[in-house]
Design a protein around this ligand. Structure first.
Ligand SMILES: Cc1cc2nc3c(=O)[nH]c(=O)nc-3n(C[C@H](O)[C@H](O)[C@H](O)COP(=O)(O)O)c2cc1C
Length: 222
């Protein structure tokens, strides 16, 4: 069954969030074109994921057979989040730009999903590239919104865009190869002018097109 994992990271509620608006369009269009799909929803914006801490790191780096009960408890949420990623063919992320980067809520999710022995392996026998992803074959759709503008390639603020760079850098932990990340972003939100309205219309149309195309591709492949 084609499976879509929808992750929302905006701290704003549905009616005030542009990224939730886009993930809603994506999910609705995807289901319309692949009605037998399963949608898993994970709302880290409204239900934040706890930050990783010393206990989490100790538990994650203790071999499975040596883990104490508290370690398994400490990793339970991470296990659940990873299972959702494993089940998914496509991950669609509503990812607002906060302070030029990834919202804390979404970074918290990434920190729990990037796990040694679960989503990546580490072996110094591989020389200078010891990390290898364990998952593969998934697609990532980043649906973003920004208050300012010019964050795309060649744009006036491209050098400030730590959001797209950060998500692309971590995509291998979710089983997504470099060429399989698609990003659609609404810009000019803080200007609330015609440029913003045009950006919303363009992003909505691109989101519908991409959801249709991916639904057909995934439904045929599964
Ligand atoms: C805490 C916070 C930080 C933000 N930082 C930036 C920023 O660095 N650059 C920018 O262009 N917009 C920034 N914005 C504007 C948001 O990217 C914009 O409001 C976007 O629409 C938020 O997504 P949402 O509508 O889904 O909540 C920020 C907004 C908030 C609330």
């Amino acid at each position: 069954m084609p499976t879509l994992l929808r992750i929302d990271a905006s701290a704003q509620l549905e009616e005030r969030s542009l990224t939730r608006h886009l993930t809603g369009i994506f999910t609705g269009t995807f289901l319309a074109n692949a009605p037998k799909s399963l949608v898993i929803t994970r709302d880290v914006g409204l239900n934040p994921i706890p930050a990783i801490d010393q206990e989490f790191i100790q538990a994650a780096f203790t071999p499975l057979e040596e883990r104490e009960a508290w370690m398994n408890e400490r990793l339970a949420l991470s296990d659940e989040l990873i299972e959702e990623v494993e089940a998914a063919d496509i991950l669609v992320m509503g990812a607002p730009m906060y302070n030029y980067g990834i919202p804390t809520a979404l970074k918290g999710w990434i920190d729990q999903v990037a796990r040694i022995g679960k989503t990546f392996s580490f072996d110094l026998a591989r020389g200078d590239t010891p990390i290898e992803p364990i998952l593969s074959g998934k697609r990532l759709v980043v649906l973003s919104a920004r208050g300012e503008f010019g964050f795309g390639q060649g744009g006036v603020r491209a050098h400030l865009n730590a959001l797209d760079l950060g998500l692309a850098a971590c995509a291998h932990y979710f089983g997504v190869a470099p060429g399989h990340v698609e990003t659609i972003a609404i810009e000019y939100q803080e200007f609330k002018d015609d440029r913003h309205r045009a950006s919303v219309v363009t992003a909505e149309a691109r989101t519908r097109d991409l959801a249709t195309q991916l639904a057909i591709t995934v439904a045929q492949a599964v």
